[in-house]
Design a protein around this ligand. Sequence first.
Ligand SMILES: C[S@@+](CC[C@H](N)C(=O)[O-])C[C@H]1O[C@@H](n2cnc3c(N)ncnc32)[C@H](O)[C@@H]1O
Length: 339
Amino acid sequence: MEKQIITENYAIYNNDCMNVVDKMDNNSIDLSVYSPPFCGLYKYSSSERDMSNNATIEDFLTQYEFLIKEMARITKPGRINAIHCQDIITHTTKHNLYDFPHDIIKIHEKHGFYYRNRITVWKEPLRVRMRTMVQSLMHKKIVEDSTECFTAVPDYVLIFVKAGENKIPVTHDHGLKKYHGQTPVLPEMCKKFNKTNETNFDEFELWEYLNNTYYKKSDPRSNKLSHYIWQRYASSVWDDIRPDEVLKFKESKEEDDEKHVHPLQLDIINRLIELYSNPKEIVFTPFMGVGSEVFSAVANDRKGIGVELKESYYKQAIKNMQSVKEYCDFLSCEDNSLF
Ligand SMILES: C[S@@+](CC[C@H](N)C(=O)[O-])C[C@H]1O[C@@H](n2cnc3c(N)ncnc32)[C@H](O)[C@@H]1O
């Protein structure tokens, strides 16, 4: 099977990311978005090159640091690496947490990145309970001994900026127009709008009004649609990421796999790509999985580069990329209705 596919809009590789990254040019990447594999959380494959197979946290961090040195080299000065991660539950019955984000931050700071921002991605507790089977989320624990109960761990997106001047600003000449998420307008936003404008809209009607009135307006300063979208994206908690808006992944599970990969939600990637890169720029992921970051890059008129070690995920990424045109039409269509 072909180990790489290179087209005008994307390049994907079935390889160890270190083998691909070390051939990439200095200062050639505009934005990177990815979720690192992590030892203990999932085992994606039996390959010794699979970073999730490191025996200890220390081994993982040593290997990961080699990658971050390279990420610092290939990222353009002043540009962003967005890393999706979480605290790791090290013991499912006792719920001890390892602060993985802390180590990710330390490694980036050591290699020429500034730590700029942490976005929290809210997760629904029952869903987390069903997926992870952690006992600390069980209601019966409240009854038996509530010192063993804790909240569902959220995901985080850590934002790092490479030191140096950003030569090309990332601009949004017409503001933001498409909302990626479940709830563009909150009840309190609606209440405030109604009070100022003497209207009586519910959230649905306000969103419709904003789209009808401002979607085609080109001046970003007076474009209220853009202001409302930014108000939601500027929140430190992204609480309406749609968990099932992900690429197809189930077919990529192999017989001896304990679990299957959980692709990153497209809402998160779409937001990051729109916020932190210009059209036609290059978005990179060293851990492509079933292709999500590359898919979203191409759908948003960027160029995507991705590397994936596991062949079945890479094959699924090839398939997923075949439906990018359809999704692209959906993103660029003017129907912005979400309810
Ligand atoms: C958290 S998953 C990424 C999922 C991806 N964001 C998606 O939406 O499908 C991490 C991925 O890293 C891959 N991986 C592990 N070690 C790797 C390596 N050395 N080079 C490339 N990929 C690797 C795993 O096979 C897994 O697919």
